[in-house]
Design a binder for this molecule. Structure first.
Ligand SMILES: [Mn+2]
Length: 433
């Protein structure tokens, strides 16, 4: 017997990957864990009979010859598969998009960092020319959209979008998809969101702000990760870590990050959790860590974190061309042309007086004005940034204040300048990584 299974707390990508698996391995049966996410449960209650899937207690582990594992590569995330772990005669295939890898040793595997496991499996379905029904296509599309945030999460790649295109052409129904992808918030969920907003604790380290919450769950609340996602957007910190106290004995941490400076997957791996750089979770026994210990440890990991990503100092140009306030405009124009730059700082390294940019030349109406000193046309009160600022924050400043040049100031001295072009080059060369 061939069995296809996936992780507990099954989400739509995992369910969709199991269903795709039943198409790729035609004689196989899909085994869906007993604990599934609320929207997956809703879907299964009405659609289960349409697919070849059963619960873990409905199969005899002895009879399994081949195990296909999708959307995880960790034994402890599987439901009732412990007895298979010890077998050495078992063939194991793994399909997963969590690239950090787990402890399952596969005889064959397809592990790639795409946005959803579904994408990897659709690639193979298409290669083998296997036709999908509109129902199959719909489930697969729901899985793909859920894991990529409708193709918007940074982990999304081009192939995910091509997969969506293929599934839509195969008859995926967006009305059905949006019903399962956007369930209305329930009272209990709104309650959690309000409690999170009220109890936010923020920590700033090297210009990166994270929020940590500890919250006791009085009842089982579905779709906690969706709530945490919404919460991060509302409070707008680089990352959030919510420590949910489930019971006396366990906590679940759900983390979301919107910045490449905070990799929540690597942080939660200290607690045996996992996920992606932008989204991860961990279930932790309180005998190992109490909620407050978890919080302290997360904060200390963030503080010790050697941030690999660039800061303004790595992107800036230096030495900076500067002119004195008395320099005639004609000479300023010649310097810009010669050096192929669009802006020049006015003053000295210790005393910045202003900036003149190409745009300001429009103020000159008469030829004799080219003899006038630059101080007559320059902009005063120039915004400066510090060298350890996150490039994304510098970019935000440029947009908000509509400026293209930011002098970089360190201990009262101008040490460089960063322009829109520097930032754009950085983002388009560096991202996504
Ligand atoms: Mn997934």
């Amino acid at each position: 017997m061939i069995v296809i299974t996936t992780h507990k707390n099954t989400d739509f990508d995992a369910l969709a990957a199991v269903i795709a698996g039943t198409l790729l391995y035609p004689s196989a049966v899909g085994v869906v864990p007993k604990m599934v996410n609320k929207n997956v449960d809703q879907f299964l209650s009405t659609h289960k009979t349409a697919f070849n899937i059963v619960l873990p207690n409905e199969i005899d582990p002895e009879k399994v010859e081949k195990l296909v594992i999708v959307d995880t590569s960790q034994w402890r995330r599987l439901d009732r598969m412990e007895s298979l772990r010890k077998r050495d005669d078992l063939t194991i295939h793994v399909w997963d998009h969590h690239v950090q890898g787990g402890d399952i040793e596969a005889s064959w595997q397809c592990i790639e960092g795409v946005g959803a496991t579904v994408t990897l499996m659709v690639r193979e379905l298409r290669r083998r020319n296997i036709k999908l029904t509109p129902l199959d296509s719909t489930v697969l599309l729901i899985g793909l959209y859920e894991d990529t945030g409708h193709l918007s999460y940074p982990s999304t790649c081009g192939e995910d979008a091509l997969t969506a295109s293929f599934l839509l052409d195969s008859g995926a129904d967006l009305n059905v998809a949006s019903f399962f992808l956007n369930p209305p918030y329930e009272e209990a969920q709104k309650d959690i969101l309000f409690q999170l907003l009220e109890s936010t604790e923020k920590f700033t380290h090297r210009k990166t702000t994270i929020a940590v919450n500890i919250l006791k769950l009085e009842q089982k609340v579905p779709m906690l990760s969706t709530i945490v996602n919404m919460y991060r957007k509302l409070i707008n910190t680089e990352a959030v870590f919510v420590i949910f106290i489930n019971s006396e004995s366990t906590c679940t941490v759900i983390a979301r990050s919107g910045s490449d400076r905070i990799d929540v997957n690597s942080i939660l791996s200290h607690f045996g959790g996992g996920g992606h750089p932008g989204a991860a979770s961990a279930t932790i026994k309180t005998m190992h860590f109490q909620p407050d210990d978890i919080k302290d440890k997360i904060i200390s990991i963030v503080q010790e974190n050697k941030v690999n990503s660039a800061v303004v100092a790595d992107l800036m140009s230096y030495p900076v061309t500067m002119v004195s306030a008395d320099t005639p405009m004609r000479q300023v124009r010649e310097m810009m042309e010669e050096e192929k730059i669009r802006g020049i700082l006015v003053g000295s390294e210790d005393k910045l007086e202003g900036i003149i940019v190409l745009w300001d030349f429009k103020k000159i109406k008469q030829d004799r004005q080219w003899q006038a000193p630059v101080k007559a046309f320059m902009i005063r009160g120039v915004e400066t940034v510090s060298p350890d600022l996150d490039p994304a924050q510098a970019a935000r400043m440029m947009v908000q204040k509509n400026i293209g040049h930011l002098p970089v100031e360190h201990e009262g001295r101008i040490i460089g300048i960063i322009t829109r072009t520097d930032i754009l080059t950085y983002f388009y060369d560096m991202l996504p990584e």
